[in-house]
Design a binder for this molecule. Structure first.
Ligand code: ZN
Length: 315
């Protein structure tokens, strides 16, 4: 088990979130990824990189750069997605946590800065003059550094909320447990999957059974577990296998610094290495590494999905 969940908190909170409006606006991606069968919570289902391993890698990179620093200035693009960035000016950064695919920056005035990287968001320390048109928000630190959120396609989001009230943000509230939550066991995942008749992969992308899994790591885990992504029910044994493989692929993803397909970068601008080790995702047409059968690509609930017809029987 990885010791990355020191910042993990209960997700059962509720109450008045004053900075949450930015998290409820639709976008073209939201509409496209929305699926009524997932219960109408589709707008953050996009599930592309960055997924949990990428966000965790960013969190680890960010922590030593910003913890202890005071935010002395800030700016957010005037759109509802980013304008709240200004509200984080003043306090000192106490910690950088993560919940699913969300970064939770603890401020010392009992508030938290919540950042979602969306599809193309990159957090980095400014390396040159302020001329990048894709920077949507920035925060100046008291050591002269400037943290900036660059987001070409603007699917990212920023909010500032009272401490521990992030769970009331619409999409955070619906998230299942962290993959390494000690209270999430085989039976627990099985029960969570059993509640719905949605395709198992689509359920994973909904974040409801377990937080942080998107298209890449869902395809990888289902392939390793031998479960067809379009199954609507899984056995207890399959759920146990799936939980183990989800944890494995996410741990590998973190150990490899994330998966860089195009936009994802680490805080220092580097690329992850996990794309070099994917066994299923993106390998359609190539032989299965386990059985040699040609991997197939299907579209499942509007998401491209790679699977092995032999290792993952539909039945
Ligand atoms: Zn196979």
């Amino acid at each position: 088990m990885l010791g990355i969940l020191a910042r993990e908190r209960s997700c059962g909170g509720s109450g008045g979130v004053t900075g949450g409006a930015a998290f409820s606006g639709p976008s073209s991606e939201d509409v496209r990824a929305s699926d009524p069968r997932t219960g109408g919570e589709g707008r953050w289902h996009a599930g592309r990189v960055p997924e949990l391993p990428e966000v965790e890698t960013v969190r680890r990179g960010l922590e030593p750069l910003v913890v202890g620093r005071r935010i002395v200035d800030g700016w957010g693009h005037p759109s509802a997605k980013f304008a709240a960035a200004r509200d984080a000016v003043g306090p000192r950064v106490e910690a950088v946590g993560r919940r699913g695919k969300y970064l939770l920056v603890d401020l010392d005035d009992r508030r938290q800065l919540v950042v979602h990287l969306g599809m193309t968001g990159q957090l980095r320390l400014r390396s040159g003059p302020d001329v990048d048109p894709y920077v949507r928000a920035w925060w100046a630190l008291d050591d002269g550094g400037v943290l900036e959120l660059r987001d070409v396609r603007r699917f990212g989001r920023v909010a500032v909320v009272p401490a521990e009230e992030w769970a009331a943000l619409p999409t955070l509230a619906a998230q299942g447990p962290e993959p390494w939550d000690p209270e999430l066991d085989d039976d627990g995942l099985w029960r969570r999957l059993r509640r719905s008749r949605v395709h198992v992969k689509t359920q994973l992308l909904s974040q409801r059974p377990i937080a942080g899994v998107g298209n890449i790591y869902a395809d990888e885990a289902l392939w390793r577990a031998g479960i067809h992504p379009a199954r609507r029910t899984v056995t207890k044994a399959q759920a146990a296998r799936l939980l183990a493989e989800l944890r494995t692929v996410l741990e590998h993803g973190i150990a490899n610094g994330g998966t860089t397909l195009r936009d994802y970068r680490t805080v220092d601008g580097g690329e992850g290495r996990n794309q070099l080790e994917l066994g299923c995702y993106g390998r359609a047409g190539l032989p299965c590494l386990r059985c040699g059968t040609e991997l197939r690509r299907i579209v499942l609930d509007a998401r491209g999905t790679t699977l092995c017809p032999t290792c993952q029987p539909r039945r």
